[in-house]
Design a protein around this ligand. Structure first.
Ligand code: SF4
Length: 115
């Protein structure tokens, strides 16, 4: 099987050709090794960093932007979003604060702040 991918590791956005055969991925079109690693990962176990906005319980109408500290397996995104829909933070919150620890092998951290 062949796939065409756009490398999202840097702004150059190289077009990658991935050939998948017997569980082995061969990547061409990459300008650097990170692109090869991305192409292999994207074909075998795609990962994504998830961003969202959650409520702040003690600040009416305020919302807090959050993200996963590390990428999580793509197949868990919808489950994580369901968890995040029910998640709230308590102010004050600073950028980088851990909102939720150990979820899908990573943390949810604040990307904004609320006084
Ligand atoms: S292959 Fe390398 S140079 Fe090309 S977009 Fe990916 S990281 Fe950037």
């Amino acid at each position: 099987m062949n796939r065409t991918l756009t490398c999202i590791i840097c702004p150059r956005g190289c077009t990658l050709q991935a050939h998948i055969e017997n569980g082995t991925v061969t990547v061409t079109g990459n300008a650097c090794r990170r692109g090869e690693e991305y192409g292999i990962s994207e074909c075998l176990h795609p990962m994504r960093t998830v961003t969202a906005v959650i409520g702040v319980v003690n600040r009416d109408g305020k919302a807090l932007s959050v993200k996963t500290k590390d990428p999580i397996p793509k197949e868990h995104i919808f489950d994580l979003m369901a968890v995040l829909r029910g998640m709230t933070a308590s102010a004050p919150v600073a950028i980088g604060d851990v909102i939720c620890d150990n979820i899908y092998g990573t943390q949810v951290i604040a990307t904004g702040s609320v006084e």
